[in-house]
Structures are given as structure tokens and as C-alpha cells.
Ligand binder design. Structure first.
Ligand code: CA
Length: 225
């Protein structure tokens, strides 16, 4: 899952980015309003949440929010604001934001709100299963037959994306867009490395792989029979 942070204060942007990356998100950061709007519009379908600061050089958060909403009603937007009057919060929500959070905030609070928005948007729960494998978003755990499986953050993010798309083919380009950030160098063979790692950790010896290769296209986790 991929998140855009538009925030000009480097310390705050880094604090959020590092925390989200530890949770397995792909994260892009823009440090001014114009770059933020451009990145949002260029990758609108790839972002699962946009975190938008209010006061930004170039273009303020309200204006960015309005412009994004002209293009997409779907992408969840959370305002990060130092302002603390009720009027300002209402103004942000009227511009099309889904939620706002006042600085200073704890990372846990921000993460909880992101999870709520993602859950609302996807109409899905926070537990995904395929065969004996279970991935729990909230606890950030993966088990096979009830036993914990130790995955790296990227492996977790990749498995999460495949499970969210269960029954559908995930194209390689789409996997890159959803699981890796904007600095990724587009060498798609890295996907195979991670798929192999997932198979090593999740597949039962001698049994068919949980993840099916669709040659020349991508990968798929089948719906349970
Ligand atoms: Ca600011």
C-alpha cells in the first residue's frame, strides 16, 4: 500500500515516513505544494492515502485538496494541521478531506486513522486468508496453519497486495506501483526475488504454490476452492 506525504517540515515528514515504512507502506514525500499536487495527480490511482499539510510553500493544502478532488473522489485525504479552531477543521473537510489530525500527534494515532480510512474505502476487514495462510493487518502478523511466519516489511506488503487482489491477476507494473515507492528503479525482476522468498516461507513442501505465476503478466493468489 502506498502513501503520499505532502509536508514542508522535514522533521515531521521524516518522522511519518520512517514510521509508515516500518509498517510496510511504500511512501513518497513532497516538500512543497506544487510538487505535492503534481505527484498526487501523476499517481492518483496508486495512492491509498494522501497526508496533506495545511500551510505549504507554493500552494496550500486546501487548494491541493480541491484540485485532487476535481480528479478523484476516492483517494482518502487526511489533513495535518497545526491550526486548532473548529472552523478551520470544517474548512478542510469542506474542501474534500476525509479526516484531519492536529499537530503534534502521535504516530500511533495517525496510523489508526489511516487504517480506518483504508478499511472504509476497501469495505474489507483487516484479516486476509488464503489456504492455511492468514495475514492480519492490525496485528501486522502472518501465520501458516496458526504458526507465525517471519516476513520482511516488503514481503509483507507484497503478500498484502496479492491477498487484497485475491482471485485477480496482479500485473507486474501494478505490483511495482502499489508496493514500491517513486524512487524505485523499475527493474521488475526484484518482484521475482520477493515472490520466491514468499514461496519459500509460505508454501508447504510438495504442495502447489500459494502464488501462481501468470507467465509474462504477473502473479495471482487463487480464491479458495
Ligand atoms: Ca507546513
Amino acid at each position: 500500500m502506498r502513501i503520499l506525504i505532502v509536508e514542508d517540515e522535514t522533521s515531521i515528514a521524516n518522522f511519518i515516513r520512517d514510521g509508515l515504512m516500518e509498517e510496510g507502506f511504500a511512501v513518497d514525500v513532497a516538500d512543497n505544494g506544487k510538487a505535492g499536487l503534481q505527484m498526487a495527480l501523476d499517481n492518483l490511482e496508486d495512492y491509498d492515502v494522501i497526508l496533506l499539510d495545511w500551510m505549504l510553500p507554493g500552494l496550500n493544502g486546501i487548494e491541493i485538496c480541491r484540485r485532487i478532488r476535481q480528479e478523484s473522489l476516492l483517494v482518502p485525504i487526511i489533513f495535518l494541521t497545526a491550526r486548532d479552531t473548529v472552523d478551520d477543521a470544517v474548512f478542510g473537510l469542506e474542501a474534500g478531506a476525509n479526516d484531519y489530525i492536529r499537530k503534534p500527534f502521535s504516530f500511533e494515532e495517525l496510523l489508526a486513522r489511516i487504517r480506518v480510512l483504508m478499511r472504509t474505502r476497501s469495505h474489507e476487514g483487516l484479516v486476509f486468508t488464503a489456504g492455511r495462510v492468514e495475514l492480519n493487518i492490525e496485528k501486522h502478523t502472518v501465520t501458516r496453519g496458526g504458526k507465525p511466519v517471519d516476513l520482511t516489511q516488503k514481503e509483507f506488503a507484497l503478500l498484502e497486495y496479492l491477498l487484497r487482489s485475491k482471485g485477480k491477476v496482479c500485473r507486474r507494473t501494478r505490483i511495482i506501483e502499489k508496493v514500491w515507492d517513486i524512487h524505485f528503479d523499475h527493474n521488475q525482476s526484484v518482484i521475482d526475488v520477493y515472490i520466491n522468498a514468499l514461496r519459500r516461507k509460505l508454501d508447504e513442501p510438495g504442495a502447489p504454490s500459494l502464488i501462481t505465476t501468470i507467465r509474462g503478466v504477473g502473479y495471482k493468489i487463487d480464491t479458495d476452492p
